[in-house]
Ligand binder design. Structure first.
Ligand SMILES: NC(=O)c1ccc[n+]([C@@H]2O[C@H](COP(=O)([O-])OP(=O)(O)OC[C@H]3O[C@@H](n4cnc5c(N)ncnc54)[C@H](OP(=O)(O)O)[C@@H]3O)[C@@H](O)[C@H]2O)c1
Length: 397
């Protein structure tokens, strides 16, 4: 079986490729491809495995993409930003008749793709294509499905939380994505979709160790789109986040409240510049001035949990009001990439029964088993990973 990983040398994807070499049982050939062939070759050399190969592709060039995926069984799309690249990639993958998985965390990309005729085309071709199988959306969404099935008869509210360390590995694609997510932060309240930028409302949430109690704000994230496709009756859905260190969260708050995420251009020295372009350039320049962690320092840094995520569900069980809070802590890159690669293996094995373009909550039917396999594999790679569940029944006399 052959897997093509678009963006396979990216900051997230590499953690999944490494896991596949340790725990994978399905693929006999894995092709890491992106525009920078030299970087891919170096990585393949360092991985030192006979099954991994490097290739060059610019995914926005349909012909070159078609060539690179022509004889594979599954395409894993780890490129970004998804709102720019996902539509064209999925369209070409459907034409080529391949199964597909990504860790798209861009709500706009979901809207664009699910409003189009691509889901119908994928279904007609008998393809299974999973969007959003990373950390959030991804393992957090599977966790919500698992908790819903175990603890609830019906759901009224689902709140998703995540907290990440801004020093975690993440390329320019992640920064551009963050600015979009704090500019447009849709949420569902009493069954009605609303949209306002982040930081206009904040709450306290206790993530437990390592971050403890933090201020969180809403962020534009796909769970608001994906979760109601599965739990259709849920009236309130939102996603809230914070960043470590707190100064980084406060920096994004300043950027947001000063309107620096806007995409309306103004003129500087006769050139049109958007506040978003300016912010992105300034943040990347600042990042470039910070000393980068060495391989060894990064390894040491990731020995500790650096990312927290949680779900908070409210609903009914046996006529009683019940609530559930599930907390995960670990590291963003393995939490993002390992679920995607498990999904890719399931696709190759025909274990995803549904056809068409699927959100994670629809695709992963044995949610609890998936949670357990992910935990085992993340820990098997030497990363910390803990899950805690708290369930409350409220009875009033
Ligand atoms: N669901 C989740 O939980 C989750 C979590 C974290 C990140 N993400 C998303 O994952 C995406 C990737 O994040 P990352 O941190 O890994 O970013 P990254 O380090 O920038 O990696 C992106 C990869 O895509 C490749 N790429 C970009 N444009 C391409 C093109 N036109 N053709 C071929 N390859 C291309 C890049 O390689 P070249 O430059 O060599 O082409 C690189 O290998 C982001 O969109 C991010 O928002 C999702």
């Amino acid at each position: 079986m052959k897997l093509v990983v678009l963006g396979g040398a990216g900051s997230q994807a590499l953690y999944g490729v490494r896991d596949l070499l340790l725990h994978g049982k399905v693929f006999t050939e894995v092709v890491i491809c992106s525009r920078n062939i030299e970087k891919n070759r170096k990585i393949v050399e360092s991985l030192n495995s006979p099954i991994v190969k490097a290739a060059q592709v610019d995914v926005s060039d349909k012909e070159s993409l078609r060539r690179v995926i022509s004889d594979c069984d599954v395409v894993a799309n780890c490129t970004g930003p998804y709102h720019e690249l996902a539509y064209g990639i999925i369209e070409t993958v459907i034409e080529a008749g391949k199964h597909y998985v990504d860790f798209c965390d861009d709500i706009e990309a979901f809207h664009e793709i699910f409003r189009s005729d691509l889901p119908k085309k994928a279904e007609e071709k008998g393809l299974s294509m999973i969007m959003g199988l990373g950390a959030s959306p991804g393992i957090l969404s599977v966790f919500a499905r698992s908790a819903n099935e175990r603890f609830f008869d019906s759901l009224e509210e689902a709140v998703f939380y995540f907290a990440v360390d801004s020093r975690e590995p993440g390329g320019p694609a992640v920064l551009g994505h963050m600015l979009e997510c704090i500019h447009n932060a849709p949420y569902i309240k009493d069954g009605v979709m609303h949209n306002e930028p982040s930081f206009r409302e904040e709450w306290d949430f206790d993530f437990h160790a390592p971050y403890g109690k933090r201020k969180v704000t809403r962020i534009g994230h796909p769970e608001v789109f994906t979760f109601p496709r599965y739990a259709t009756e849920t009236k309130n859905v939102s996603v809230r986040f914070c960043l470590e260190p707190v100064a980084s969260y406060e920096g994004f708050r300043d950027v947001s409240l000063r309107g620096l995420t806007s995409v309306h251009p103004f003129m500087i020295n006769g050139n049109p510049v958007t506040p978003r372009d300016f912010t992105m350039a300034a943040m990347l320049a600042q990042k470039a001035m910070e000393p980068a962690m060495t391989e060894a320092e990064l390894k040491e840094f990731l020995r500790q949990p650096t990312a927290c995520a949680a779900i908070e569900l409210h609903g009914q069980k046996d006529g009683k009001c019940v609530s559930f809070v599930g907390r995960i802590n670990g590291n963003m890159a393995p939490l993002t990439a390992i679920p995607l690669f498990i999904g890719a293996e399931m696709l190759a094995q025909g274990k995803i029964r549904k056809k068409g373009i699927l959100v994670v909550e629809e695709a992963i039917e044995e949610a609890d088993a998936f949670m357990r396999e992910t935990a085992e594999r993340i820990r098997g790679n030497g990363f910390s990973y803990t899950i805690r569940e708290d369930f409350t029944v409220t009875t009033e006399y």
